[in-house]
Design a protein around this ligand. Structure first.
Ligand code: ASP
Length: 478
């Protein structure tokens, strides 16, 4: 049954791409037939499948962290696992940004392909805007430059749609304000509210406190520990049931996304997409090397064990929605102990996003290469600006929620840090969903390799069991 599920996911994923490409040929995208087809694909893929996965995220995070931390023998061990996990996350995220920046500076996607025509189009647009400004205010753009730039920002924002509104809503905040609003406040949220709102940081923080309090109390808190250990198994059981419909859901998600976004990608922003995907491919090779060297697990065996989670991440574009599947693959197929997986994976899904970090840096540099020197983009890529980009890309990836398009929203932090007007971000909206598939599956892979590496260090270097498929599936004491 199991091997057939893996194959089925990939076969239906490919079928979804084919159907999506066929649908993308439909000329009238507003026709009843097209919209009804997309509606049904989205209903099965997004509403039902992603909805079901989201249903169990909050109980899963709470139960798995409490179960994981309470199965660690001592506070010292818990601290050590925490530090190792953090060290891995910081190291690999930094590496991802560095790979992305080196690649984008070498390839210069903003100087290639359709760049010339896109720049010419933008230039003509700006000339028209200047004329519009002069007509409305009676002033020349060059003479009233600050006023013109303010006017331009407003004008460019008009009719940009929902994504742009979400991006702009995150602007005008200092890094400190972002730290307080996006990290500290959600962390100390009311736990019942955090569970209801699927606020991962709030759930993680409360689960850690709960687990530490249980450990400090010992025997009197044992019923609480037993409850969460059992709850954790129950949630994983539900996940295995959900996986039965995953091939069909993956088909629907792929078909819908390709039908609505497909061909544009290759026509206009090919070099940019190629740079992001190339960077991600290099980073994945580095991660697989870490997995082999420090995790003592061959890349082939790792890829075989993680493929279900990879496919679900690729199709759902959400690390959080994939979390139940990631936990299942890592514990059942890669032989990682539950005490490590239960702690590292929920935390990783929330803060460790290598694919997102790499993408943020590449995207902003691409836009600067493309539009730098225009009337309203007076930025040059000197060392200082690149350093700022580096730091903000790491922060933006930590602050991004584990949901579709989140990286695009937090990119505003990176763009504003180097003074790139935010209304340039919509220039890459068309291909964002496509790239989100690659960055989300990389995020999930990074979390899984983190769990393998930390687990191996905890076991003093021992390799995971030889036949991970046969590893015990429901051992609460593991
Ligand atoms: N969709 C990504 C994730 O869930 C976040 C992003 O948009 O980069 O991991």
């Amino acid at each position: 049954m199991r091997p057939r599920l893996h194959s089925l996911i990939f076969v239906l994923m490919a079928l979804g791409v084919v159907v999506g490409l066929l649908l993308a040929q439909v000329e009238d995208k507003s026709s009843d037939g097209f919209t009804t087809t997309i509606q049904w694909l989205d209903f099965f893929g997004k509403t039902v499948f992603i909805g079901l996965l989201k249903m169990i995220i909050a109980p899963l995070i709470l139960a798995s962290i409490v179960a994981g931390v309470t199965s660690i023998p001592s506070f010292r061990d818990a601290g050590r696992i925490g530090f190792r996990t953090l060290g891995y996350y910081i190291g690999t995220t930094t590496l991802a940004v560095a790979i992305g920046l080196i690649l984008v500076l070498m390839i210069q996607p903003g100087e290639r392909g359709a760049a010339e025509s896109m720049r010419a189009k933008r230039s003509a647009e700006l000339t028209a805007r200047r004329a519009e400004f002069a007509e409305q205010t009676g002033k020349q753009a060059d003479e009233a430059r600050p006023e013109y730039l303010g006017w331009l920002e407003q004008r460019e924002g008009e009719g940009r749609g929902d994504k742009y509104t979400r991006v702009v809503a995150k602007r005008d905040r200092t890094t400190f304000e972002m730290f307080v609003d996006d990290i500290v406040k959600p962390m100390i949220d009311n736990p019942f509210h955090a569970l209801g709102a699927r606020n991962s940081l709030g759930i993680i923080f409360f689960a850690l406190l709960l687990a530490l309090a249980c450990a400090a109390l010992g025997a009197p808190a044992q019923p609480v520990v037993d409850f969460f250990q059992a709850m954790n198994l129950v949630v994983l059981k539900i996940t295995s049931w959900l996986m039965a419909i995953s091939p069909f859901a993956v088909f629907c998600l792929m078909a819908s996304i390709i039908a609505t976004h497909g061909p544009e990608v290759f026509e206009s922003l090919g070099w940019y997409c190629g740079t992001v995907i190339g960077g991600i491919a290099i980073h994945v090779c580095v991660l697989l090397t870490l997995c082999a060297v420090f995790g003592r697990l061959s890349p082939w065996r790792f890829l075989r064990g993680i493929r279900e989670a990879w496919a679900v991440a690729f199709a759902t574009r959400s690390s959080a929605a994939t979390l139940p599947v990631t936990v299942r693959c890592v514990t059942e197929k890669l032989g990682v102990s539950k005490k490590v997986a239960n702690f590292t994976l929920p935390v990783g899904a929330t803060v460790n996003m290598d694919g997102t970090a790499l993408y943020e840096g590449v995207a902003v540099i691409f836009l600067i290469q493309m539009y730098g020197g225009m009337d309203d983009v007076g930025i040059t890529l000197v060392g200082g600006a690149i350093l700022i980009l580096f730091i903000t890309a790491v922060l933006a990836s930590v602050g991004a929620a584990a949901v579709p398009d989140a990286g695009l929203v937090t990119m505003v932090l990176v763009a504003t840090a180097v003074h790139l007007p935010v209304y340039y971000l919509p220039f890459i909206f068309a291909v964002d969903a496509f790239l989100d598939m690659f960055r989300t599956s990389t995020n999930v892979m990074g979390d899984a390799i983190g769990a393998v590496v930390v687990d191996r260090f905890e076991n003093g270097g021992a390799s995971p069991p030889a036949a991970p498929e046969a590893a015990p599936q429901a051992d609460p004491s593991a």
